[in-house]
Design a protein. Structure first.
Length: 117
């Protein structure tokens, strides 16, 4: 079984390995994550040229900004919270829903990462 990171930094830093290159081909975006209550609340995820990189802090002009409590982010990423329910309850604020939907499809979920045999 895959060891699931349980903190914001570990989850975000796992994104490059979870990128589905075929879903990111020809697509790019800069995503700012503002995660209230976390030790390091501000992060930038950059998807370009079929690759992903993660930087601490907010860098560049975002195509989408996502704001939520760090606990909500961890719950969504680990599969213990429903992202749609959190969004509808106002726990998640997204500036560009279309870009965020594309982002969501571009990455394997932590609990869906294919296992190497």
């Amino acid at each position: 079984m895959l060891d699931t990171p349980a903190d914001v930094e570990a989850i975000l830093r796992s994104l490059p390995a979870r990128l589905r290159p075929e879903k990111a081909e020809g697509w790019e975006g800069i995503f700012h994550f503002v995660l209230r209550g976390g030790d390091k609340p501000d992060w930038t995820v950059i998807v370009e040229d079929g690759a992903c990189r993660v930087e601490e802090g907010l860098h560049g002009e975002p195509t989408c900004t996502v704001r939520m409590p760090a606990k909500t982010f961890i719950g969504i990423e680990t599969g213990t919270k429903n992202p749609m329910a959190a969004f509808l309850k106002g726990r998640i604020r997204v500036t560009n829903v279309g870009k965020m939907r594309r982002y969501d499809k571009a990455f394997f979920k932590l609990y869906d990462v294919p296992q190497e045999t």
